[in-house]
Ligand binder design. Sequence first.
Ligand code: URA
Length: 290
Amino acid sequence: MEKIKDSELILNPDGSVYHLNLKPENIANDIIFVGDQDRVEAITKYFDSAEFSTQKREFKTQTGTYKGKRLTVISTGIGPDNIDIVLNELDALVNIDFATKTVKPNLTNLNIVRVGTSGSLQENIPVDSLLMSAFAIGTDNMLRSYSLQDVTNQAIEKAFVNHTNWDLSKGLPYVVAADNNLLNKFKSDTVFEGITVTAGGFYGAQGRILRLQLNDEFLNDKIDSFEFEGIKATNLEMETAAIFGLSKLLGHKALSLNAIVANRKNGTFSTNPYATIDKLIQFTLNKIIG
Ligand code: URA
């Protein structure tokens, strides 16, 4: 087995992985991702017990049990670039032997559920509702660094590029599905389902104009009228496609749940986003133990 060079898999002096500050024994197989480091405790306050807590930069991790199930909650910070760090380092924690820096012969699959916030593109998906991503379209390019063709849905990719008349100087969007078992496990009449568009930024990349002109000012209108086999493009956020793509490439299972805090169609923002996020947290914890 080939040894991974020290420059490629960087460990801290205490043996923990470089950015996340974690050792293999610190994480559970079931992991909840949040963006905001302050949201980690908004979840773990519901735990029966806590066993571990650490933070480096925006990456805060807590592990404990909820109704007897061992869970890890980790904050990823914002955006696909951070997801690249978090998913590669979590995978290294379970699938690379840190003593020999070689890939383990038997690989571990993690279950990853993102609990995030998002902006709806549809009038009928109001602020304070919950939404589960069946597919994600990545417009951010991070995942294009990897060899992708085995995990992407090229039919949706092509339809999206045609429908939006996508400017290919921005890179080719990629489409990845949620894990089907997790999608079925979390299905609920109280949660919308749709195609999530992951952007590489919050303002221009999501069509927000403050002072700068956009590459395509009609892009959001074209996205919100996109549908594939009856599933509509429903929401914009900044992590899901990267989580789906890297999870599929590495053999992990991923789902993305969104608290809708903004409605881009009617220009509204939630007056109490924390309550909506708490509703999503309680929904997630109940489903995760099911
Ligand atoms: N997060 C985003 O990335 N966009 C929104 O509109 C709301 C939350």
